[in-house]
Design a protein around this ligand. Structure first.
Ligand code: ATR
Length: 279
């Protein structure tokens, strides 16, 4: 008799902490809906154990991993190959184990774009975009957003230096500039305002530039929670046309990872519905 448990392809999400992650639920739903027989685990791994844990997962038949905070940047050092988007983002959220090699990719940017374009029907061509924050998350989404040919992309940050470094890095890819929160240019309304700070994770609402929000602004918080995040509440209170959290990006980046691993792109709408997080 064949022991089927040994033939199930193993995947998982590695982070620290990781117990809050919704990735196992999402990937199990994708597997169910696409008829794929996979196992998806939650792997809490401290930073100093990262290399050992990744190599052990690979050695014991692991086929792929999602990588989350705080490992997205350090894990790139373990990769034999990096996709262009992972290398530009300086962050890896997906590992593929193939022919004894570790391939690092990043599906966060495309996940955000798909959520904006497909789930919310937003056209970014010619749009004025404001990103609040200049950390790893901003670095990951700036390139993909510029590829959509916006009219302008302003990166505003508490500390101007970090915003300048990212704007400088992408200056050949499109009309990107940097400023402080209190110096956001407001000569034209912003069509899209993205919160990429980690302030909300600590329940903080920094002095975001209220004048940047108009009744036409679509506000998107990369953070998400069961309750509205401080930024999404703030943006709604400023009179934004719409204020949403990043649940859709989470599901869409997962779908892209699933596609890389299994060659099948799952339909995300039933998963968004099933998680009761539709827009
Ligand atoms: P991530 O990888 O999630 O982007 P990060 O690299 O630590 O995390 O970046 C966090 C971002 O949130 C930074 O832009 C940070 O601003 P600074 O560069 O000035 O530190 C921003 N941030 C975090 N807490 C904040 C707060 N209370 N007020 C304003 N900005 C904050």
């Amino acid at each position: 008799m064949v022991d089927e448990t040994t033939t199930i392809d193993r995947y998982g999400v590695m982070g620290y902490p990781v117990s809050h992650s919704r990735s196992p639920v999402i990937h199990r739903l994708f597997a169910l809906h696409t008829g794929q027989n996979i196992q998806y685990e939650l792997l809490q791994v401290a930073p100093e154990k990262l290399e050992q844990a990744v190599r052990q997962f690979q050695r014991t038949g692991g086929r792929g991993l999602n990588i989350t905070v705080p490992h997205k940047n350090p894990v790139s050092r373990l990769c034999d190959q990096l996709s262009e988007r992972a290398s530009t983002a300086e962050a890896v959220n997906t590992l593929i184990f193939q022919d004894n090699e570790i391939i690092g990719d990043n599906t966060d940017g495309i996940g955000l774009l798909r959520d904006l374009a497909v789930n919310f029907g937003i056209n970014l061509e010619g749009a004025n975009i404001l990103i609040l924050g200049a950390g790893g998350a901003t670095r990951g989404i700036t390139g993909p957003l510029l590829e959509m040919l916006p009219k302008s992309l302003v990166i505003a940050n508490r500390s101007i230096e970090r915003a300048r470094v990212i704007a400088d890095c992408f200056k050949n890819s499109g009309p990107v500039s940097a400023c402080r929160f209190d110096a956001v240019p407001v000569t034209e309304a912003y069509d899209l305002v993205i919160n990429a700070t980690s302030a909300g994770l600590r329940g903080e609402t920094p002095p975001y530039p209220a004048a940047a929000i108009s009744e036409n602004s679509f506000c998107y918080d990369l953070s998400y929670g069961l309750k509205p995040t401080p930024f999404s509440v703030w943006a709604r209170d400023q009179g934004a046309a719409r204020s949403v959290m990043g649940w859709g990006m989470l599901v869409e980046q997962a779908a892209e990872s699933f596609h890389l691993w299994r060659g099948i792109r799952p339909d995300t709408s039933p998963v968004l519905k099933q998680m009761s997080i539709t827009a």
